[in-house]
Design a protein around this ligand. Structure first.
Ligand code: KGA
Length: 354
């Protein structure tokens, strides 16, 4: 036991030792295509949304590798060229209200988290992975439930088709990720990726994707409308202020992944940065930007780009006429040179948390 010596005139206050290490590397299989993972949040996944999303990406590759019995990182096509399980669509939704909303930015060092993941065959060389993440309480996640109940709700097991489209429970968040196997085309470069399966990939090892989890129609619509379909909020007016297009030269220091591709988490960083810049131009403060609660983040990846590319990001923000602190922003990301659409993103935020 150590003693608190910061207050010399007060009686010494015993400081409890940190809880014993949590088995954070624990991964157990959980039905077809599924696994459960105990996580202790480390600094690499905390803070920026993109850091959290990057960790979700690692969990996704690991889950697919286990479910399909494949070395995802070393995957190669029949011609010997590398194949990448590229991120094609990502949707993150947070459960809970006000300050209890289970937001990625609330995750801090040492938090105990329960992760349930399931991979599905999504056709056309694609895999859909559904992750549910819940804050556990207590040193072992032992809060009266085993943590799993908190992730899934006591009323539905993971894999229950009736449960698959459910919004996240209070205290949990869910991330649904669609990945597609790709390789570089004959001219190399990142602009013209091609669908290509790696040797040894057996989609029959994965359960079929529930139709309700198919993002294809939404993504197709987003590609033409430059925003995801959202009839319930179609009447929201565009917030007054500048359109605030942001040009960004892909930065080889920070934006490119270990395979030379524009990193999927970088798209999130750039889109959020465009949001922030627009927020500031609308007169918002730094503090208020950070205080907003993230309800949803969504992104469709339509293309990649080479490191010498300049990107143009255009955010369009709309406000709920009935609740002015409730906003959604659609962001497009294009190659400036030819106007090629690389991604469409959506963010929904509430401020102040209520
Ligand atoms: N999500 C879901 N469905 C989509 C979609 C999207 N983003 N984009 C297109 N679709 C649907 C589309 O509606 C169409 O449906 C079908 O997929 C084929 O589209 O056939 P339908 O029913 O009409 P399309 O455009 O013809 O596909 P394609 O030309 O074959 O191109 C597919 C790829 C995956 C090659 C292309 O979309 C692409 O390059 N996307 C970018 C992928 C990417 O770069 N991700 C980030 C890279 O980083 C990364 O993944 C890793 C691993 N990382 O960073 O570590």
């Amino acid at each position: 036991m150590s003693l608190d010596t910061t207050a010399p005139h007060a009686p010494p206050v015993p400081v409890q030792p940190a809880a014993r290490p949590y088995p954070h590397t624990g991964v157990t299989p959980s039905g077809p295509g599924g696994l459960r993972r105990s996580v202790v949040a480390d600094p690499g996944m905390c803070g920026p949304l993109a850091s959290f999303v990057a960790r979700v990406g690692d969990w996704t590759w690991d889950a697919v590798g286990r479910a399909a019995d494949l070395d995802v990182c070393g995957a190669r096509g029949a011609d010997g060229d590398p194949c990448y399980l590229s991120f094609h669509h990502l949707r993150l939704r947070t459960g809970g209200v006000g300050r209890d909303r289970a937001e990625p930015r609330r995750v801090t060092f040492g938090d105990r988290l329960d992760l349930r993941s399931r991979c599905y065959d999504a056709g056309r060389l694609s895999v859909l992975t559904s992750h549910r993440l819940a804050f556990a309480t207590g040193a072992d996640g032992a809060d009266g439930t085993d943590g799993a109940d908190r992730a899934d709700g006591a009323d539905g097991a993971v894999g229950d088709p009736d449960d698959e489209t459910r919004a996240p429970h209070p205290g949990s968040l869910r991330v649904d990720v669609l990945n597609t196997w790709v390789t570089r085309g004959e001219h190399g470069g990142n602009a013209g990726l091609l669908r290509r399966p790696p040797v040894g990939y057996d989609r029959t090892l994965l359960p079929s994707r529930p139709d309700a989890l198919d993002p294809t129609l939404d993504c197709r619509a987003a590609r033409t409308a430059l925003a995801f379909p959202d009839p319930a909020r179609a009447h929201w007016p565009v917030a007054p202020g500048p359109a605030a297009a942001v040009d960004h030269e892909i930065d080889p220091v920070s934006d490119v992944n270990g395979a030379g591709l524009l990193y999927f988490a970088t798209y999130v960083t750039l889109a959020e940065r465009a949001l922030y810049r627009q927020w500031r131009e609308r007169g918002g403060s730094r503090g208020d930007f950070a205080a907003r609660a993230l309800c949803e983040a969504r992104i469709s990846y339509f293309g990649n780009a080479d490191p010498d590319t300049v990107l143009r990001l255009v955010p369009v923000t709309r406000t709920d006429p009935a609740e002015p602190g409730y906003e959604k922003t659609d962001v497009t990301i294009r190659d400036v040179t030819d106007g090629r659409l690389l991604a469409v993103a959506l963010f929904r935020h509430r401020f102040p948390p209520a």
